[in-house]
Design a protein around this ligand. Structure first.
Ligand code: CDP
Length: 207
């Protein structure tokens, strides 16, 4: 079974994807890490983020095993990931790796922006997770503070709005729900309730 979870920043898609993967014993790939890791290579090298050639080389050089999540989860990396994620050649360089991941014999759970639309249009279940920008900003501010990054709510809300806009407007694989995705709005749901709602969607699809 292939499960595609897409949605905007801090919608809860990552947590839902992890929980579903654990529940069904499937491998999970957080595809945002690929874009974050690509951006990280450029930052570590001191290369400009808008250098497409270097970004493509960085994307091609990634291995799924070398993600240091601690270094990739910060505020700056989310923003930088969205810049390289808007480059069609970077997206193209990351497609095979993601498609290979879906070929695990048991299936897989992937979360990102374009899993149901581009990476795995054949997915058995597609969920588009969303929540209001204010709720997402609150969650992200809490998460970043939990990681020791002192942030101001208004700044995070501005980040989220800017990133929503960039992700939705880009020409290559813009953020949008697949026509056959089920929308899950988590604005008023805590983690447990969101997971249960997602599980119900999967169970219903599987009949
Ligand atoms: O939860 P959050 O959106 O902050 O982080 P993420 O899922 O790691 O995504 C970071 C950025 O990577 C997004 O804003 C997208 O621009 C980009 N991304 C993408 O373009 N396609 C994906 N499949 C996953 C992430």
């Amino acid at each position: 079974m292939i499960v595609a979870i897409d949605g905007p920043a801090a919608s809860g898609k990552g947590t839902i994807a992890r929980r579903l993967a654990k529940h069904f014993g499937l491998p999970h790939l957080d595809t945002g890490l690929l874009y974050r890791a690509t951006a990280r290579v450029l930052i570590d090298e001191g290369t400009r983020l808008d250098d497409v050639e270097s970004a493509v080389a960085a994307a091609r050089g990634l291995a799924l095993t070398d993600f240091d999540e601690e270094k990739l989860r910060g505020r700056e990396m989310g923003e930088a990931a969205s810049v390289v994620g808007a480059m069609p050649d970077v997206r193209a360089a990351l497609i095979d790796m993601q498609r290979r991941f879906t070929q695990h014999p048991a299936g897989a759970v992937l979360d990102g922006r374009d899993i149901g639309t581009v990476i795995a249009p054949q997915a058995d279940v597609k969920i588009f997770v969303t929540a209001s920008p204010e709720t997402r900003a609150q969650r992200r501010a809490l998460e970043l503070r939990g990681r020791g990054e002192p942030v101001i709510y208004a700044d995070i809300l501005a980040d989220i709005r800017k990133r929503d806009e960039r992700d939705a407007q880009r020409s290559s694989a813009p953020l949008k729900a697949a026509a056959d995705a089920t929308i899950l709005d988590t604005t008023d749901l805590d983690i447990e309730a969101a997971f249960k709602a997602a599980l119900a969607i999967v169970e219903k699809k599987r009949g």
